[in-house]
Each structure stands twice: as structure tokens, then as C-alpha cells.
Design a protein around this ligand. Structure first.
Ligand SMILES: NC(=O)c1ccc[n+]([C@@H]2O[C@H](COP(=O)([O-])OP(=O)(O)OC[C@H]3O[C@@H](n4cnc5c(N)ncnc54)[C@H](OP(=O)(O)O)[C@@H]3O)[C@@H](O)[C@H]2O)c1
Length: 346
């Protein structure tokens, strides 16, 4: 089959080759997995991190294939897949692989992939596979699970103010829609050229971070004394957290999804463990890490059914042969929503 394979570590251009000789994987006995024929894969910043940080000569990582998100068709059903899943050959499904699968190099940028059934959700009837790959993978699942904290009893349901930093990214663009649907007023932080786009997603106010540098000083002016109920940081700004007492309520929540070069260790120690007496910031800090699941993917689908998520923000689609160009666009950090690779294109 056709697949992208890493031959060294580094950037996608340094490390990836399009391989036409990998065997089609098969399902073992007593398998709770599906064999999928992949049609679309959407890319995530974590794909780039894994290619750079995990060399292909690691013993558990032979001929590694990148890619986490997928949409495709079931071509074989494992004999131990729970019957209540009600999924059969020919069904269109989507979702995202777990981090361990991808660390082992069992990625989705291939024509066929074996996927654990607990990671799979059915593609909603009204969607095409491109939309499903873009919305129900890592980004959409992250947004749906993070937004639960807005809906929790101590969250800001019913008129509270939440700030989404990185509102036009894969995660932020879904988060804005769900938070709005939960009744929150959403302050979206993005570059000025994307103002109309995030307003169309449901943002109440838009802050151009380039026109208001440093962002924290501007927020301290606008939300003086701490008026925000929650801050979702999809960019990973330490200053945004350190200054948060100036604009985040005392019991407000700060949720960061970017671990940085230390994969979250440094922000966790600095922001979660450091006592106030040693300079800690007096605001609740969470470092969120998604555990991908079919359940979280179905949560995204439920928001779509309710009309809260109006659609996937798809930046662009690339044919399978141009996956390196797709990764390079992702690496600019400027994509508006998701970048999708069409695996079936020839
Ligand atoms: N912890 C987890 O479980 C988890 C899950 C998913 C993603 N993540 C991480 O979360 C981050 C975001 O992921 P993503 O998929 O949303 O990324 P993405 O789609 O690549 O984000 C691109 C967006 O970032 C915006 N951006 C760049 N710099 C910005 C800044 N200084 N301020 C505000 N916006 C800025 C850009 O908007 P403009 O062009 O308007 O500037 C662009 O729309 C990544 O680091 C990713 O690895 C973590």
C-alpha cells in the first residue's frame, strides 16, 4: 500500500518518503479493532513534534508512519469488536489515534490502518469524510472536552465571559463555537485579518494580538479587576497566565493545552506546584492533555447535531503526494482551521 514513512528524524521534508511497498496490515485473532481504508487525514502540530523528537530507529518504532486524525471506511471487523458498536464493513468512520499509536509509528497517512474500535465514531450522515476528518479528530475532540469546564456548575454557563487565545486554529475555531453555544460570551484572540471569520464562528469580541502588544496589558485594561470567567490558551503563553489575576476572576479557570519544549513539565511545575509564597500565580491552572476516544468524537458530532458547531473550518486540502507541502503549511502556524490530506487522490 501507499504510505508516508519517516526514514530519519527532523522536518517532514528531511524525514518523510512516500513508500509504495508497505504491506496492508491485517487484523489479529480476538481483535477489538477495525481495518480501515483511509480517505482523509487532517494534520496536527503534534505530528510535527513527533517527527522531530522520535527517531525512526527506536526499537518500538520501525518504519513509522505519521498522522493521527482519520476518516475512512471499515473494510474488516475484528472478531472481538463489541456488537453494541453496531459498526460493519462499508461504514464510514472517523476519529483520532491515541498518542502511543503514533509514537509507535502506527499513523494514519497510509491507505490502510488498523484502529482500535474504542477510538472510532461513525461519520454523521450529513457530512463528507473531509469535514469529519477535520472536525472529529484531535482538534475537535480537544475543544469538546475542554468546553465541558464551561458547562460545569462552577463554570461560566449562562452569560459568563471566556477568552480563547488562538481562536482561528484547529482547536480554537471549534472551541469558540461550542463556548458560544453554551451561552458564554467569547473573546477571541487572533490576528486582525481573521476578525470577520471568528465573528462568524460566534465570537462576541475580537482582539488582534498584533495590534495590542503586549496582549496582557490590553486585557488588564479591558477586563480591569478580573472580569473573565475562563481563559483557554491554545497558543501557550506563560505571560497570559502570570498576569491573569488582572483580568481573570478569583475562581476563574485558566486552561492551557500547549506543553512547550518540556512537553508540559516546566509549565506544570511553575504554574501548578509553585506555592504563592514562592511567586506562584493566585489563579487555578490546568494543563490539558487529550486522550483521544470515539466518545469524544461523538461529543463533537452531538454539537453539530444541535446546530452549535456550524461546520469545520478547513484551511486547505492537499493530495496524498503533497503531504510534505501540507505539513509545511501547518508549520507556518498560520493555518485557518484544519489542513486535510486526501489519501485517495492519485
Ligand atoms: N494538549 C492537547 O491535548 C492538545 C490537543 C490539540 C492541540 N494541542 C496544541 O495546541 C496548540 C494549538 O493547536 P491547533 O491545532 O489549534 O494549532 P493550529 O491550527 O496550527 O494553530 C494555528 C493558529 O494559531 C494562531 N496563532 C498563532 N500564533 C498566535 C498568537 N500569538 N496568538 C493568537 N493566535 C495565534 C494562528 O492565528 P492567526 O493567523 O490569526 O495568528 C492560526 O490560526 C498546538 O501547540 C498543539 O500542539 C494540544
Amino acid at each position: 500500500m501507499k504510505s508516508w514513512t519517516a526514514t530519519s528524524w527532523g522536518t517532514p521534508r528531511q524525514s518523510l518518503i512516500l513508500d509504495f511497498s508497505a504491506p496492508i496490515p491485517s487484523l489479529p485473532c480476538n481483535s477489538k479493532s477495525f481495518l480501515l481504508k483511509i480517505s482523509h487525514v487532517s494534520l496536527n502540530p503534534a505530528d510535527l513534534v513527533l517527527l522531530k523528537s522520535l527517531p525512526p530507529w527506536l526499537p518500538f518504532r520501525r518504519n513509522p508512519v505519521p498522522g493521527m486524525d482519520f476518516a475512512g471506511e471499515i473494510v474488516a471487523v475484528g472478531d472481538a469488536v463489541p456488537a453494541e458498536m453496531e459498526l460493519k464493513e462499508g461504514d464510514k468512520v472517523c476519529g483520532a489515534l491515541g498518542l502511543w499509536d503514533v509514537a509507535r509509528g502506527k499513523g494514519t497517512l497510509a491507505e490502510f490502518v488498523v484502529v482500535e474500535s474504542s477510538l472510532v465514531a461513525k461519520v454523521p450522515a450529513k457530512w463528507g469524510p473531509k469535514t469529519a476528518a477535520g472536525l472529529m479528530g484531535i482538534s475537535g475532540q480537544t475543544a469538546a472536552v475542554m468546553a465541558r469546564s464551561v458547562a460545569s456548575p462552577r463554570g461560566s454557563r449562562g452569560g459568563g465571559w471566556v477568552l480563547v487565545n488562538g481562536a482561528t486554529g484547529g482547536v480554537g475555531s471549534v472551541l469558540v463555537q461550542i463556548c458560544r453555544g453554551l451561552g458564554a460570551q467569547v473573546v477571541a484572540v487572533c490576528s486582525g485579518e481573521n476578525e470577520e471569520l471568528v465573528k462568524a464562528l460566534g465570537a462576541t469580541e475580537v482582539i488582534d494580538y498584533r495590534a495590542h502588544e503586549p496582549l496582557e496589558e490590553h486585557l488588564a485594561d479591558v477586563f480591569r479587576g478580573g472580569q473573565l470567567d475562563a481563559i483557554f490558551d491554545c497558543v501557550g503563553s506563560q505571560a497570559l497566565y502570570t498576569n491573569s489575576p488582572r483580568y481573570l476572576k478569583t475562581h476563574g479557570k485558566f486552561i492551557n493545552i500547549v506543553g512547550g519544549w518540556s512537553q508540559g513539565v516546566i509549565p506544570f511545575i511553575r504554574n501548578k506546584l509553585r506555592p504563592l509564597s514562592l511567586g506562584g500565580t493566585p489563579r487555578n491552572y490546568e494543563l490539558f492533555l487529550l486522550s483521544a476516544s470515539g466518545k469524544a468524537a461523538r461529543e463533537v458530532a452531538a454539537w453539530v447535531e444541535k446546530g452549535v458547531i456550524k461546520g469545520a473550518l478547513i484551511d486547505s486540502e492537499f493530495p496524498m503526494e503533497q503531504a510534505i507541502e501540507a505539513f509545511e503549511k501547518l508549520a507556518t502556524g498560520r493555518a485557518k482551521g484544519k489542513i486535510v490530506v486526501n489519501v485517495e487522490s492519485s
